[in-house]
Design a protein around this ligand. Structure first.
Ligand code: VG1
Ligand code: CO
Length: 541
């Protein structure tokens, strides 16, 4: 079987965002859009020649077709071996784990994560490097540069590879190894957590609902929770991955998990409600009558991680994305370990994890993870919660309230204005940036601006600098507002406004009411309503 070189031309707009390249399915379906981008990845990662490449995706519409194209491109470019999940399925954290376990040179993950799927939905392609983590900016920049100069792609012309059963086949000279997508991941979870204690917890009548949102985590959650840990059948709902996620938005937040949230706030709430997103790297955790905000969950997991065998020796350090609340910082102070603040996006945690500077990290967007892989990991977070619940034998609300009583509470919310006009969004942020020098000392509402800047990050490991990562207003009271534009959307722009206020004593306030004065300031200083034409945010988390 001969590799064929097919001439092509650069396609504009192939610039990876916060997490890979995301576009409408229809854009990816139009050849040579996918071919060009994957060829650019392989050109920018010559280490994949003769080496192992992991390939898999979240099963959304077009996953099956895209995988076949990628296999043929991999074979045409001299990749040594491809390890692919059965039926082309791999959750993002499981793909990260496989890259590491198989000493692969990298992996290609097909997902648009929490974005909706189906023929009219979104698709995405992401390259992960040999450490199992999303490619750092210098690599994604090289990939983008390559897409702008590409003149040919190389593939083998062959029939589709049968991915329905584990085993090995060949595509030209390249072995294609189909693996059970769950097995290695489940074994890793068993090494990290006290499965006996969790089994006892379920045996004692502990009730849980895990909503897999018709996305990739279903098979993982069923095998681990119901299979290995003895949770009753039916604990996992929406457990079959569907190409369109059943028409839902696979984003585990209280807005898109409305049914689970209603159950958790009802009279017959189970002890724990949890959910995960399209590609399995995010998590939602809800106790009876109490939603655990992701920033709080991160802090709580850090404070209690030592209860799980995998973290019994303590954490070396922790890290959070800049817009994530400072609840984690308070825990780090108590533990006497460093807390790093990075830009939004998991790729910025990779160096810290590799260098052993941080063992646990997370983002306000419901992503938490540790050095067990190099991606955030939804089911891992839920299992760590279960391990903590099994050891402490207290309810979720009790544990959360005790945490606040000890550390105080960082009231926190994110307001999203979705699909707004890209031009006016850019202009709004630019005008805000222009105002930054004159803001310190200004009185806004009840608050006085202490400092105002655009977040820049210098990676402490490789010294690389990432600028313009979010406009921050810090107030003298300690409160904070952050503005940034999303890098994962496929339509117009999405403005994210992050609001935070620390409170040591009043621990049971309504979050939105408590933050309302900051919301008013955000609108005043950025003219959100005027410039977006929106009276209110589309999504409040
Ligand atoms: C969002 C989140 C960010 C997360 C990213 C990818 O990015 O804010 O924290 O890392 O999605 O998550 P943005 O640029 O839209 O704010 V996932 O689960 O979509 O891979
Ligand atoms: Co995701």
């Amino acid at each position: 079987m001969q590799a064929k070189t097919i001439p092509t031309r650069p396609i504009p707009g192939q610039k990876p965002g916060t997490s890979g390249l995301r576009k409408k399915v229809r854009v990816f379906q139009e050849p040579p859009f996918l071919e060009n981008f994957v060829q650019a990845i392989l050109d920018s990662a010559p280490e994949t020649k003769g080496a192992t490449l992991v390939v898999g995706g979240d099963g959304r519409f077009f996953n099956d077709r895209a995988i076949q194209t990628i296999l043929k491109l991999a074979a045409g470019n001299g990749v040594g071996r491809v390890v692919v999940g059965r039926n082309g399925l791999l959750s993002t954290p499981a793909a990260s784990n496989l890259i590491r376990e198989r000493d692969a040179a990298g992996g290609i993950i097909l997902s648009a994560s929490h974005n909706p799927g189906g023929p009219d939905g979104d698709f995405g392609v992401k390259f992960n490097t040999a450490n199992g983590g999303p490619a750092p900016e210098k690599v994604t920049e090289a990939i983008h540069a390559r897409t702008q100069a590409i003149d040919a792609y190389r593939l083998v012309e062959a029939p589709d590879v049968d991915l329905a059963a584990p085993g090995e086949t060949r595509l030209g000279a390249m072995p294609v190894e189909v693996v059970d997508p769950v097995a290695d991941y489940a074994a890793l979870m068993q090494r990290l957590f006290d499965f006996d204690a969790i089994r006892d917890l379920f045996r004692s009548g502990f009730r849980m609902r895990f909503d897999a949102m018709s996305a990739i985590t279903g098979p993982y959650a069923e095998r681990i929770l119901e299979g290995m840990l003895g949770a009753p059948a039916g604990t996992v709902v929406n457990g079959t991955p569907l190409p369109d996620f059943g028409g839902h938005h696979p984003d585990p937040n209280p807005v898109h998990c409305a049914e689970l949230v209603a159950l958790m706030n009802g009279p017959d709430a189970p002890d724990l409600g949890a959910a995960s997103d399209g590609d399995g790297d995010r998590n939602l955790v809800h106790g009876p009558g109490l939603f655990v905000a992701p920033s709080d969950s991160l802090a709580l997991l850090a404070a209690n991680a030592h209860l799980a065998p995998g973290y019994a020796d303590g954490l070396k350090g922790v890290a959070r994305s800049m817009p994530t609340s400072a609840a984690l910082d308070r825990v780090a102070r108590k533990l006497g370990i460093p807390c790093f603040e990075t830009p939004t996006g998991w790729k910025f945690f990779g160096n810290l994890l590799d260098a052993g500077m941080a063992s646990l990290c997370g983002e306000e967007s419901a992503g938490t993870g540790s050095d067990h892989v190099r991606e955030k990991d939804g089911l891992w977070a839920v299992l760590l919660w279960l391990n903590i619940l099994a050891r402490r034998r207290q309810g979720v609300p009790e544990i959360v309230r005790q945490h606040w009583a000890e550390f105080g509470r960082n009231y926190y919310s994110r307001h999203d204005y979705e699909a707004i006009d890209a031009g006016s969004a850019e202009a709004m942020l630019n005008d805000l940036r222009a105002k930054l020098p004159i803001l310190p000392g200004r009185q806004l509402g009840e608050e006085t601006v202490a400092s105002a800047d655009d977040f820049a990050y210098r990676d402490p490991v490789d010294g690389s600098v990432s600028e313009r990562q979010g406009v921050r207003l810090h107030f003298a009271s300690g409160a904070r507002i952050v503005f940034r534009l999303s890098g994962t959307g496929t339509e117009g722009a999405t403005l994210r406004v992050y609001l935070e206020r620390y409170e040591p004593e009043r621990l049971d306030e309504d979050t939105q009411a408590f933050l309302a004065p900051l919301v008013a300031i955000a609108d005043e200083v950025a003219e959100i309503r005027k410039r977006t034409g929106r009276a209110a945010p589309d999504v409040i988390t």
